[in-house]
Design a protein. Sequence first.
Length: 267
Amino acid sequence: MNGKEWTRNSISIWSDIRKDAEEIRLKHPAVFPKALVRRCLDCFTTGEQRVVLDPFSGSGSTPLAAWLAGKEGIGFEINPDYVALTHWRREALLWEYPEKTGEIRIIPEDARRLGEQLAPESVDICITSPPYWNILSQRRSADYKPIRDYGDHEADLGRMGDYAAFLEALCGVFAAVYVALRPGAYCLINVMDLRKGPVFYPFHADLARGLQAAGFIWDDLIIWDRRVEYSNMRPLGYPTVFRINKAHEFILILQKPDGRRQSGDPT
């Protein structure tokens, strides 16, 4: 990054990230833009740090962005349709970027088996967007758009009914990610807070605290402003209970301690 890009990216609210035309056409319920991944790579890796992990690969945005950046993208995905979609996307992008020399490896396994597939301290960064619990299976009250969830695979964490059990399972996945990361490496997690009826779930804070308990340093967070994507908002709760229309998400910035900085170190 040059100085101008460094300053722009250091601002805590990112409002200029957009899905490209290829991503808009996809039928995945929660597409993670390649542009967001690329910015995270620019900010939190060097040119020598090549191995990029996404334990919830979905439509493949993280491994694809890593490949486009000349790195090695590794993804875990249990839905065979999304595994096939990732490979299809790469083949399509090859026509546009035939000179790219990065690598992609999609492992069709449950993310909870990540530790069986990756050697300790073999990953340079993790960038991911885990399931938003089972919220995508609920009726969309904010904009009336159709329900679009992750599918019906029985091992999908996004199908779990109990929030505490979901958090525990998710923290278990990131405990394995922690082992796979090199000391000092970052783990960037895109999440949003949730509401089910009268109950508010501060998902970003709950997950961050769980990962601190697993050894990660919670280094900071970024707000991803997505207002441009929400064109059909309605007045939630009107006229009886005032509710917030959520048009932002969080990127948790977590780090595996190294010899210079340990979990709980205030510096």
